[in-house]
Structures are given as structure tokens and as C-alpha cells.
Design a protein around this ligand. Structure first.
Ligand code: SAM
Ligand code: SF4
Length: 323
């Protein structure tokens, strides 16, 4: 699939739930109530049918995300069904790791190939304040993922001025000691948490400079690197990536679209354009009708997000689409 700007679209991010056991302030504030009702969630077999429509059009990488994907009871079945589809080369998962202690092995066995784990602080009190979660459980989840044989495991840290930016160096040391890849992410002004994200927004050039004061950073490539710019740290195994949606947007190389838990296809994280594939499916659409609707959607994929011109214009929380 190619859009009107010549971008090849082969990556689908699938939100398997809009619920979460955490309340990261920049993503899903405690005041949020507007969740999809369970009858609207695509069932595993419905989801597999929609994903099959995409793989039939050339999508080869699927990432399961949320909300927190591990709170969806049928997650293992969803992984199995998608893993069985012809054309899938890469089936990855984004998680806050709080439940990986229980599910890491099952998910590996079901076919998840790679894991991204969110970790915004190494201090239990700060972590609680930022996410509402329990750092010890997350650490146990990270160890369970390593024990289950996931590699590489990428740690995602949203850098926020005055909240956790002072931990950047400590996070490098942690990832070095555990054999993890580290990615810093700029906060994006999306949803009810968007204003808070914007209040603490920090351009990653500042973090990069802090690391350069301590290490030699050598540009390097990584599999599935997407929008991240990666560096090798000194001559170690550690790779550090920077994802800069605000200071240096990467829309020219965008290769992805996103599916919400009720089957709405969103063409850009920072725009509202969507195609109601779930509704079509439940209305009896055939596979070729679904594919025609997908292609028509891709043809009007927006050129870029508007985070700079219209910060906080997007009202859905980040947890609806999974970043
Ligand atoms: N619950 C899973 C997790 O936390 O990894 C998956 C969903 S979460 C929405 C996916 C990613 O989006 C996380 O790395 C999270 O830090 C990031 N994210 C959420 N809100 C964000 C925001 N306003 N700006 C930048 N990144 C955000
Ligand atoms: Fe939940 Fe992930 Fe959003 Fe945090 S970033 S509230 S863990 S969905």
C-alpha cells in the first residue's frame, strides 16, 4: 500500500483495549471516563479478520498496544490468531510490564516476537506519582520478559522536564546493566493528558547533549527502528534511541496506521481522520469491501500531524490508540 505522498504503509498498530491498570498523567488522566463498552470491542476472531484484510494488502508488521494490552482477557488468543496469518513477519507488543510477571512466557509461546516496555522513572515514589503504578511489579515484569527470552527489549521513557529528566543518566546505567535498549520520547499533546504533556515538554536535544557530556554517541541502525534515531553508547552493547515527534517530526517516513479497539482505522496519530472498519465488519462487509475501504483510507492519509500548530487539538486520550 502506498499513500498519495509515496509512503509505503506496511505497519499496523492494533489497540486491543482502551483500558489500563495505570494512569500515566500525560496519557490517561484519572478523570477520564469515556471508555468503549465491552460489546464494542472487536472479538479475537473479528480482529483477526480485520488484520487479515491488512496483511492481504501487504502489512507485515503488527504491534499490539492499548491501553494496557495485558488487561485484555483474550490477549493470548489474539496473539495466536494474528501470528497464524500469512504475511506476518513481526508481531510486537507495547506494555507497561505490570502483568508480564504472569504472562511473559505465554506471550512468547503464542508468537510475540518483540517487546517495548514503558518505564518513566527508577524511583518508586516518582513512578507512583507519574503512572499510579507499582515500580517493583514493573521491575519483576522486566525480569520475567528477559527470562522468557525476549530480545531486544526496548524501554520507552517519556522525558518530562522537572518530573523525570534528571533520571536520564540513571536510566542509561539501568539499561546497560540489564542488556536493554533505551528510547527517549518527547511528550505529545494528545487527549486530556495533553496539556500536562505540553507543560513538561522537553526537546530531546537536551537529553542527547547530557549523554554526550558523558559518553561517545555513534549513530547506528536498529531493526524496526521506525522513527527513532539510534546511537551506540561508547563501545558497549547499549543502543539509545530518540523519538522526536515535536522537535523534529518524522511524518515524511511514516509507514503505519492504527486500529482502535472497536475497529476504527485511524490514519494519523495526530489527526481525526478515520474509517469505521469494525462497523462495516459487523454490518456484513466482505473481505474485499474491507480492503477497498482500507485502500480508500490510505489514499487520504494526512501528510503530517499538527502538534505544533494545534497542540491539544486531539481529544481522544493516547490510551485509545496506543501511541
Ligand atoms: N500501556 C502500554 C505502554 O504504556 O507501553 C501501551 C500503550 S501506551 C499509550 C504506548 C506508549 O505511548 C508508551 O510508551 C507511552 O509512554 C506513550 N505515550 C502515552 N501518552 C503519551 C504522550 N502524551 N506523549 C508521548 N508518549 C506518550
Ligand atoms: Fe496506561 Fe500505557 Fe497510557 Fe500509561 S502510557 S496510562 S501504561 S496506556
Amino acid at each position: 500500500m502506498q499513500d498519495q505522498f509515496g509512503r509505503r504503509i506496511h505497519y499496523l498498530r492494533v489497540s486491543v483495549t482502551d483500558r489500563c491498570d495505570f494512569r500515566c498523567t500525560y496519557c490517561l488522566p484519572r478523570s477520564h471516563r469515556d471508555f468503549e463498552t465491552p460489546d464494542a470491542w472487536l472479538k479475537p476472531q473479528e480482529l483477526a479478520r480485520v488484520v487479515a484484510a491488512f496483511t492481504g494488502l501487504g502489512v507485515n508488521h503488527v504491534r499490539l498496544t492499548g491501553g494496557e494490552p495485558l488487561v485484555r482477557p483474550e490477549l493470548t488468543e489474539i496473539v495466536q490468531r494474528i501470528n497464524e496469518l500469512p504475511g506476518i513477519e513481526d508481531l510486537s507488543l507495547s506494555t507497561n510490564a505490570s502483568r508480564l510477571g504472569t504472562f511473559a512466557r505465554d506471550l512468547k509461546a503464542a508468537g510475540v516476537t518483540r517487546l517495548n516496555i514503558s518505564l518513566d522513572s527508577l524511583d518508586a515514589a516518582t513512578f507512583k506519582q507519574l503512572t499510579g503504578g507499582d515500580l517493583a511489579r514493573v521491575m519483576a515484569g522486566i525480569d520475567a520478559a528477559r527470562d522468557a527470552g525476549f530480545a531486544p527489549i526496548k524501554i520507552n521513557m517519556v522525558a518530562m522536564r522537572g518530573l523525570n529528566d534528571h533520571e536520564a543518566n540513571a536510566m542509561v546505567d539501568f539499561c546497560l546493566s540489564k542488556g536493554l535498549t533505551l528510547r527517549f520520547i518527547e511528550a505529545m499533546p494528545v487527549g486530556a493528558g495533553g496539556q500536562r504533556a505540553q507543560d513538561h515538554y522537553m526537546p530531546l536535544a537536551e537529553i542527547e547533549q547530557r549523554l554526550r557530556d558523558r559518553f561517545t554517541l555513534t549513530p547506528t541502525a536498529m531493526h524496526g527502528s521506525g522513527p527513532a534515531r539510534y546511537f551506540q553508547i561508547d563501545d558497549s552493547e547499549l543502543r539509545v534511541g530518540f523519538i522526536t515527534p515535536q522537535s523534529q517530526h518524522f511524518c515524511d517516513t511514516c509507514n503505519r496506521v492504527r486500529l482502535s479497539v472497536n475497529g476504527d482505522l485511524y490514519l494519523c496519530l495526530g489527526q481525526e481522520n478515520k474509517v469505521a472498519l469494525g462497523e462495516m465488519l459487523r454490518g456484513g462487509a466482505s473481505d474485499s469491501e474491507l480492503q477497498a475501504a482500507i485502500l480508500a483510507g490510505i489514499a487520504r492519509k494526512p501528510q503530517r500531524h499538527d502538534f505544533l500548530d494545534a497542540p491539544t487539538a486531539i481529544l481522544r486520550p493516547m490510551s485509545a490508540l496506543g501511541g
